[in-house]
Design a protein around this ligand. Sequence first.
Ligand SMILES: [Zn+2]
Length: 263
Amino acid sequence: MKPYEQRWIDLRGFTTDEEFAYLKEQGLAFDPVDMKHDEAVQKCFEYVKQCKKSHVTDLFLSSFTSERLDCRSGFAPFAIMQTMPDHGFTTSSAPGYCAICSAAAVYANMDATDWNVNRYKHGSIWLLKVPYVIQFHLAQHLQLARQKPTADDFRIFNAILDTLRSVEPKTKPKDLHKELKKIEGFKASNDQCRVLVEALGIAGILETDEHKGYLTHFTNPGLAPSKSHSSDWAYPVDFWTGADGVNNKALAFWFGAYPDIRL
Ligand SMILES: [Zn+2]
C-alpha cells in the first residue's frame, strides 16, 4: 500500500486532531466551508482561465508512470469547463437546485477533503460533477508542478488508445478494465480504470453520435440520461460501446500537440 493511501484510510476514521492539523498544513485536508452557487461558478471560470491545456495534458499523461493520480485529476474538470455556460443560479423544478448545472443554491459545510481523496485514490472527479467540485479540482490542479510525460507514458497511452480502437464492437465500458490491464505498466484498479474511461468520455474522446462529451456539448450532469436504470457510469461513456471507437477529432484537440501520440 502506498503511503498516501494509508494516510487517507487513517483520515477517515482514526485521525487525531494533531494528524488532521498536519494534513491540513500539507494541503491534503480541509475545514468545511459554506459556499454559494454563483461563487462556485465564478471560481470555476477564474481557475480555468489560469489553467494551461498543456499543463493539464502533460500531467494527465505523466500520471501513467508516476502513478500520481492527483496529476491525472485535472483533466475531466478542465474538459467540463470547455462548454459549461457562465451562469447564475437558475431556478428549476427541483427547489434549491440549479436548472443548468444541478448544483445546490448553497453548499453548507462543504467538505472538500473527500473530493481530495478522489483525486489521490481514483485520479478524477467522482460522482458529483457540479461547480463546487469542479472549482476545487481546478484550484488543486493549479498548485501542481509541471511534469513532462516520458516515452513510457506515451507508450502506455498509445496502447490504451489501440485497445479502445480494437475491442469488439459490443464491448461496454465495464468490460474495458480486463482489456486495459493487459497493457504493460498500466497499473489501475477497477475504480481507477473506470474514472479514467469516464474522463475520456467527458473529454469527448469516448462518445457516441447521439451522446457527446463536454468538449462540444454541455449536458447538465444531474439530468444526463443513463443507458439503463441500473447503470451508474458517467455521461456520456455510459452509452459508449466498442463500435463507437475513439473520436479522433477530440483526441487531436487534447493530444495533437504530442508527436508521440498516434492520432
Ligand atoms: Zn448552475
